[in-house]
Design a protein around this ligand. Sequence first.
Ligand code: URA
Length: 433
Amino acid sequence: MRMYDIIKKKRDGEELSTEEIDFFVHGVTDGSIPDYQISALCMAIYFQGMTVRETCDFTYAVRDSGEKLDASKIQGIRVDKHSTGGVGDKTSLVVAPIVAALGIKVAKMSGRGLGHTGGTVDKLEAIKGFETTLCDEKFVAQVNSIGLAIVGQSKQFAPADKKLYALRDVTATVDSMPLIAASIMGKKLAADDDCIVLDVKTGSGSFMKTVEKSKELARLMVDIGKNAGKKMTALITNMDRPLGRAIGNSLEVIEAVETLNGRGPEDLTDVSLTLAGHMLSLAGKGTVEECIAMARETIQSGAALQKFVETVRAQGGDASLIEHPETFEKAKYSYAVTAPRSGYIASADTESYGVASLLLGAGRNTAEDEIDYAAGILLTKKTGDYVQKGEEIATLFANDESLFAASAEKLLAATEISVEPPQDEPLIYGIVK
Ligand code: URA
């Protein structure tokens, strides 16, 4: 088999066989296929797409490209949630402790920030001492003892995806439906949870910009998971505006803690409770409505916050930061971005908001970049709010004042102010089962 022929076949819009897909994924994993041929095939897939059969084969090959978690050592039902990536999306930090507080096991493997989107592992590392690399034995033991552990993916885990993702990130082939589905589901299936809830983001801050495309991606991923014997649900949620008001790592942890304290922003609270409700329901705790009510109760009683504190402590993090989030290290400088005219915030290009935060040091431009955990943005106004000319719409935080100008410019260019209020948009567009 020759890689040249596989690239040509896909370039010409033909369907690849299971053997050809396996050959490709093996070659990615063992390094025998050079980067330029991998990238060329990704680009051909980007333009020609894949059938459902090809995407399933691709996903299973990614799943099988490395080690898998031996989940049989975890007692009880394991449930996970995964987001396709957004801006200000700190739901995992809220949802995982809620679900674990209700006795369902959450053995969470999370990612780092990608492009303009943030990642749970980076956020957790904003908590001093928090260890996101645990060996399998420790990981399993922690899930068995307290019900929750959150780590980054190890090198041995779906290594084909690691390589593919790094190349897609620099060859403009991230936002391809089969490539996203195989990337996300390949990793999720290798983690071998019993139930998976997908949070498929839609809108300007997500990889899928329209509701139709997001529903299609959700359907595809749900079918891939079910085909592999998993219980699956996907929610299509709004990413035409950042979730909550905080963008940036420690700012987002603080907002997640506020939410676990019952004082979080309404959109973040609602999406988190809905995700938790679906996770609990898939795990057999009751109807979605009953489970949402139980989830809410864990916030009111403090049980979810307590579970988060326990998890942070178990993973070596400074739990006093969670108990007193006002003690997180602050950025040295702040800068108020003000409205250039009066009117309603009619729309905000959320991807640009993510980039504006990245420009402050909260994300990476290259894989080697160090993150400034205190950097980021607090939105004073969001889509639908009225602003007076000169009124603050956001505060930027950075440890280097010279970063403010470019970030503020990006944020303002992405914010449309108009005399008419925008139409209300739903927070959750649909559920795919
Ligand atoms: N998240 C992933 O893990 N992979 C993708 O391709 C997109 C989002």
